[in-house]
Design a protein around this ligand. Structure first.
Ligand code: ADP
Ligand code: ASP
Ligand code: MG
Length: 412
């Protein structure tokens, strides 16, 4: 039997009613003759609640216990989905990550998938089971502890299962009907894309478009998984949603194809650092050892042998970053006068493969922001994206203005 992977995100399993609706969709695919692997997220809001419990109990928590707690939301929905399918006379059972076992690295809260043995589930399909419901987001470390794959990680579970089982397609059911030129919740003339290239989706995801977890796009690209994003709230045809595919499959490429935003970015500045060879290494080595994901970096021109160093990192890593830098200060590895964390910023990015061959995108972006009176704090660029850090209060305005200026509401 051909295998199909269907992933349902938090809002798609938020209530028993929605689980029933999702199960009906699964039933339709079973009736077509597929063996279906369903990946479920926790009910929406559940993971945030669990993360809150952990942070309140222990601000600099043991990541192994964090994973033990936050992975639990998916256990509930996996069991409920299996029960709902059984009630519909569809043979189904649930699997938690450790039962598969979905093996990961030991990097708790951001583990990577290492192996998905297929024997157990394949044997069950052979015995007449029609649907394997797998709890997304969770796995097992070599030490035998429960791990999680980072926020949004159920997308990655889904794509990894699709690759391991050679699935015909991996359908990601969510609360929007596809991938848009920008977040449709903050820009009302955002346009749904029929297709988007892996590279562009990868950039958009890593820059904050949480519709797909970055790692899931990487895996789909590497293992050539046919990946589709579609709505769980509407009746769907086989062509619905957005297909994430190779660049060659897309006829018209826009210079800019999307705008992404992220609230989860903080700006940290070390004021008056002694400027000497090796200073960047002395600052960023302890940060890397502490597992901080540093993104943008700016070093000011030095004066009197001292300089300011600014970098950005995820908001929830600020405490750890501060701790690592203060420790380096105490041990004499670095010497700064002051350390400031600004969490009132947002990162805005424009993305497009066409930037490889077109100039002027950065200039246009900066001009648009300046016309809106938005001050740019930090800039980074790569081959197909330009990102800026701005005051959080300008986030929506910046997204809307850039979407308008690059005319993303119009197809190429
Ligand atoms: P799920 O719970 O199904 O995994 P998520 O909340 O993780 O859903 O992702 C879907 C959300 O992603 C949408 O509700 C939308 O607000 C947001 N989003 C951000 N950027 C985009 C984009 N470019 N296209 C579509 N959705 C986007
Ligand atoms: N429940 C997890 C989260 O909210 C994983 C997921 O939904 O993909 O991050
Ligand atoms: Mg998600």
């Amino acid at each position: 039997m051909p295998v199909l992977v269907m992933k349902f995100g938090g809002t798609s399993v938020a209530t028993l009613d929605r689980i029933r609706r999702a199960a009906k969709r699964v039933g339709v695919e079973v009736a077509k003759g597929y063996d279906v692997i369903v990946i479920v997220s926790a009910m929406s809001g559940e993971t945030n609640k669990l993360v809150g419990y952990v942070e309140e109990t222990s601000p600099l928590f043991d990541a192994r216990e964090y994973d033990a707690v936050v992975s639990s939301g998916e256990n509930v929905t996996a069991g409920l989905m299996a029960l709902t399918l059984q009630e519909m006379d569809v043979p189904a059972r649930s699997w938690q990550g450790w039962q598969v076992p979905l093996m990961t690295t030991s990097a708790h809260s951001a583990a990577r998938i290492v192996d998905i043995p297929t024997e157990n589930i394949t044997r069950k399909f052979g015995e007449g089971m029609k649907v394997a419901v797998v709890a997304g987001f969770q796995g097992l470390s070599p030490e035998g502890r429960i791990t999680t794959l980072g926020r949004g990680g159920s997308d990655t579970t889904a794509v990894a299962f699709a690759a391991a089982f050679g699935a015909e397609r991996c359908d990601i059911y969510t609360d929007v009907d596809g991938v848009y030129t920008t977040d449709p919740r903050i820009c009302e003339n955002a346009r749904k894309l029929d297709k988007i290239a892996f590279e562009e989706m990868l950039e958009l995801a890593s820059l904050g478009a949480k519709v797909l977890q970055t790692r899931s796009v990487e895996l789909a690209m590497r293992y050539k998984v046919k990946l589709r994003v579609l709505s769980s709230f509407e009746e769907q045809s086989d062509e619905a949603g957005t297909l994430v595919c190779d660049e060659e499959e897309i006829m018209e490429l826009n210079v800019v194809s999307g705008v992404a935003h992220s609230r989860d970015e903080a700006k940290m500045t070390l004021f008056s650092v002694a400027d000497r060879p090796g200073i960047a290494a002395a600052i960023f080595s302890p940060l890397s050892e502490a597992g901080i994901n540093v993104d943008m970096i700016v070093q000011n021109i030095s004066e009197d042998g001292r300089t300011d160093m600014t970098f950005s990192c995820p908001t929830n890593q600020v405490k750890r970053a501060e701790e690592a830098l203060k420790k380096a200060q105490d041990s004499g590895e670095i010497n700064f006068h002051n350390l400031l964390a600004d969490t009132n910023v947002a990162k805005i990015s424009v993305v497009g493969i066409g930037m490889r061959s077109h100039t002027g995108v950065a200039a246009k972006m900066f001009k648009v922001l300046s016309q809106e009176g938005i001050n740019i704090k930090v800039i980074t660029t790569s081959e197909i994206k330009i990102s800026v850090l701005v005051d959080r209060k300008y986030m929506e305005l910046a997204v809307q203005a850039l979407h308008d200026a690059f005319e993303l509401e119009k197809a190429a």
